[in-house]
Design a protein around this ligand. Structure first.
Ligand code: F6P
Length: 502
């Protein structure tokens, strides 16, 4: 019996989000009891209202290993925790998701590791998420799967529930086909994704990379972003190990064409994500936050220029490149402690993964060296904070900073760049932005840089300290127009409207 025959699905949810993490974080109250708090991220903010109005459920891991929880409700959301054992956390999350896929999808800035037991765990955990979604989705429901940790879920879910509509959104880059080809399980990943009716990417180039990989490796016919996925065994996608490899001079076999066989269509297209712009603007107008921004400036000794970096402590973010450029500018006397300072917020991330531990040591050594060399009794060169902060404090920092430094070596989007822009209602402030972020496709009036080019980065930092005020305002006005008119609510609506049409 197919699961769709079961009467129980009549009473499921019409809209289901499936993400690695649940939409809430566990918090400890003052009296020592624990509770749940809605996650502050843009995705939850965008989807929470849709969940409340359309009887939605969220399927995800609740953040603690070796713990099984019953479904529960929180602020109008129905939450369905998926358990992960300690070993699965190590192999599926830290291992395959963040030791294989993350570096591979970010241009192999760090070396991806290919371990078969990590892949086995990834497959097993993806199956669990698919089964959890299949269990809670109503007949004909819309299921929206999120991100690289769950790329096999769309097809696994389709195998269980052919009645549901499936969307997938990849929050990180999709690598060029030549890099993706390194993945020993590349066919399975593509086939997993192609189980979705709509596959969303951050940038046009990500969607194109995916389409090219599908065309070369699986031989599927693609027209106008629509992938023709063969349904019959004659033309079905080849198994792992198929050798139509253009790199070896073998022409890819064109296995499918719209004239032969039967197909499902799967659309692969860009939907650049954004932020909850209204919330950031509202906070930036709050007198308490404005006062806090002034206090931050005063505590830093009211310098002429505050450079700000806000990142998860991740090797993709280009924090080392930023520090190198800044150190050289201090060395050369082009910047001067007292007049200039840098605030670097580095929020703790994936601390169980070795490459993140190594990065932390390197960054902290560098910050220590710069401060040791250039600090004065009264002023610091780099104020480094290895913490996460609530959004109110982040907005105060955005208001306090004259120059925002986003120097990622590769980034799916970079929402910090958009938040900075949203907060700068005054029209002042300069955004130095890496061209390797998804945000650079939209924020064209930022000072765009190649972070690998340290001289260019240094020049942009100096330029930012002395930008003509008219030019500064003109740029910020144009950046704000983009961010204000494309908030995360619109992103979610556009994606879901397209999914509905398909
Ligand atoms: O950018 C991808 C992403 O998974 C985000 O969705 C998330 O906020 C961030 O990376 C950190 O992810 P995690 O702490 O779950 O590994």
């Amino acid at each position: 019996m197919s699961v769709t025959d079961k009467a129980e699905y009549e009473s499921g949810y019409d809209f289901v989000v499936v993400a690695n993490r649940l939409a809430v974080n566990r918090v400890t109250n003052e009296d020592g009891t624990t509770g749940w708090q809605r996650s502050p991220g843009g995705l939850v903010t965008a989807l929470a209202p849709i969940m409340a109005t359309s009887e939605g459920a969220w399927v995800g891991w609740h953040g603690a290993p070796d713990e099984t929880l019953e479904p529960f409700d929180h602020e109008g959301m129905h939450l369905h925790p998926v358990p992960l054992s300690d070993e699965e956390l190590e192999n599926y999350y830290e291992g395959f998701s963040n030791g294989t896929l993350w570096p591979l999808y970010h241009d192999v800035i760090a070396r991806p590791l290919f371990h078969r037991h990590w892949w086995d765990a990834y497959r097993k955990v993806n199956q669990r998420f698919a089964e959890a979604a299949a269990k809670v989705a109503a007949r004909g429901a819309t299921v929206w799967v999120q991100d690289y940790q769950l790329q096999l879920v769309p097809q696994m879910l389709r195998d269980l529930r052919e009645d549901v509509k499936i969307g997938f959104f990849n929050h990180i880059p999709f690598p060029p086909p030549g890099l993706f080809a390194q993945l020993p399980w590349r066919h399975s990943v593509m086939k997993g994704l192609l189980g979705a009716d709509l596959i969303g990417f951050q940038r046009e180039s990500d969607a194109r990379n995916f389409q090219r990989a599908v065309r070369y490796r699986l031989g599927h016919y693609i027209k106008a972003d629509q992938v023709y996925v063969p349904l019959d065994s004659e033309t079905a996608a080849p198994l792992e190990g198929f050798t139509a490899d253009p790199a070896r001079g073998t022409a890819p076999r064109q296995l499918s064409s719209p004239e032969s066989g039967t197909f499902r269509l799967s659309e692969a297209k860009a939907f650049p994500i954004s932020i909850d712009t209204d919330r950031i603007v509202e906070l930036s107008n709050d007198p308490k936050i404005i006062a806090r921004a002034a206090q931050i400036r005063a505590e830093l000794g009211n310098p002429e220029t505050i450079f700000l970096g806000v990142d998860r402590l991740d090797y993709t973010k280009g924090i080392r490149h930023r520090l190198k450029a800044y150190e050289e500018l201090l060395q050369e006397g082009k910047l001067e402690v007292g007049k200039h300072t840098m605030v670097q917020i580095a929020s703790p991330s994936r601390e169980g993964v070795e490459s993140y531990q190594v990065l932390r040591d390197e960054i902290e050594l560098t910050v220590g060296r710069i401060n040791g060399e250039y600090d004065t009794m009264g002023h610091t060169a780099v104020r480094y904070l290895h913490h996460s902060y609530p959004v109110e404090e982040m907005v105060a920092l955005y208001l306090a900073a004259d120059v925002m430094l986003v120097t990622a070596l590769r980034d799916g989007m970079n929402l910090v760049a958009k938040e900075y822009v949203a907060a700068r209602k005054s029209g002042t402030g300069v955004l130095v932005l890496s061209e390797f972020t998804g945000a650079a496709d939209q924020l064209r009036q930022a000072l765009l840089i190649n972070p690998h080019d340290i001289d260019e980065l240094k020049a942009a930092m100096v330029q930012a300290t002395a930008l003509d005020p008219e030019d500064e305002k003109k740029r910020m006005r144009s950046l704000r127009r983009q961010v204000v008119s494309h908030n995360v609510k619109r992103w979610a609506e556009d994606f879901l409207a397209r999914l509905d049409q398909l």
